[in-house]
Design a protein around this ligand. Structure first.
Ligand SMILES: C[S@@+](CC[C@H](N)C(=O)[O-])C[C@H]1O[C@@H](n2cnc3c(N)ncnc32)[C@H](O)[C@@H]1O
Length: 331
């Protein structure tokens, strides 16, 4: 599991927990240690994610008539359409995970997609998925921190980031780097994890939900939607469109439905409270029997706490994982 040795896994769990312990580490220190924080997080959770989610690690608005996977693909098509991608274009996927969205967007639009990801374990898995899908010539992984993009100026016709730029310690610096490698007139679109206007910083319950989302999802500090807007402006982009998509979809099927068990099926089981409890119990026994490394149950615990916090944030409408921004490099 995870490509880490047993000891490295256990040490990584301890170090990761410490980074999120407010008694030990401040939010500024977490931002300073973002690279370790995010990488350790994805070393620990990628297998859990693939088990529960498949190869696209994001949310989507949900409709009653539509299966979970179809909703993810629709959400990916929405971005591709907004970016006006077509065959022959060169696009960049910031924080591409194991490449589910990249493979779908490349095959759906005919564009070439370069996925940037700092996590070597995800890239090694993603390259195998590309080969299996016969898409290695159209989808390329580059192992790099997206805060220091290793590309020439004006290299790309478009860029996007799906629930990934929320990991950045400094959005303005990140967006400036993206603007540098985009051509004039190119579009850049993101789905951002954000706090909404309903978030009240003086409310202890709201603060607890924010903290559990951060710890369980490897984030240094969640930003408000207005901070994301401002970061695009400060980085020199023209903001074309901004919208929280969390209210799209059917009211009875909110974006966090799959975490509540509201769309129960065999394939959705690992994401539901029952499935998560079963996985948690199995891992606790496996850890006692030394079948999995020490700390595995702790990872499952903080992922569960985060899943509950995401539902609580969604129900209270204080948090969204789909704040959509479309921006353009000035001509
Ligand atoms: C929630 S996952 C989303 C993955 C992908 N966009 C998807 O939807 O399947 C966030 C991704 O951002 C990547 N990431 C986070 N911080 C990064 C950084 N500083 N540089 C490069 N990639 C980063 C993580 O490794 C992970 O692959």
């Amino acid at each position: 599991m995870t490509g880490l040795s047993r000891d490295a896994f256990s040490d990584t769990v301890k170090h990761y927990r410490k980074l999120h312990d407010d008694g030990e580490t401040s939010s500024d220190e977490r931002k300073g240690a973002y690279s370790t924080l995010v990488n350790q997080y994805y070393d620990l959770v990628t297998d859990f994610y693939e088990f529960g989610w498949g190869d696209s690690f994001h949310f989507a608005p949900r409709f009653k008539h539509e299966k979970f996977r179809d909703s993810l693909k629709r959400h990916e098509r929405f971005l591709a359409r907004k970016l006006r991608l077509y065959p022959g274009m060169k696009a960049m996927d910031l924080g591409c995970g194991v490449g589910g969205p990249m493979r779908y967007i490349a095959s759906h639009t005919g564009a070439h997609v370069t996925g940037v990801n700092a996590n070597g374990y995800q890239i090694s898995k993603g390259r195998k998925h590309n080969e299996k899908a016969g898409l290695s010539h159209r989808c390329e992984f580059v192992e790099s921190d997206f805060m220091a993009l290793p590309f020439e100026e004006n290299s790309f016709d478009a860029a996007y980031g799906i629930e990934a730029t929320c990991h950045a310690p400094d959005r303005v610096a990140l967006f400036e780097g993206v603007k540098r490698v985009l051509k004039p007139g190119a579009y850049f679109a993101v789905y951002e994890w954000c706090l909404t206007d309903n978030y009240v910083a003086s409310d202890a319950e709201h603060r607890r939900i924010k903290k559990e989302i951060e710890e369980g999802d490897g984030l240094p500090d969640l930003a408000h939607t207005s901070e994301v807007d401002q970061a695009f402006v400060d980085a020199g982009f023209e903001v074309v469109e901004t919208r929280d998509l969390a209210g799209d979809g059917d009211p009875e099927t909110p974006w966090y439905l799959s975490l509540t068990g509201g769309d129960m099926s065999l394939s959705s089981l690992p994401r539901t409270p029952i499935g998560r409890t079963l996985t948690n119990g199995t891992l606790a026994i496996a850890e006692k029997l030394k079948l999995v490394p020490e700390g595995t149950k702790q990872v499952s615990d903080f992922l569960n706490a985060a899943a509950d916090a995401l539902v609580a944030g969604g129900e209270r409408k204080i948090f969204t994982p789909m704040y959509f921004v479309l921006a353009k490099v000035p001509e």
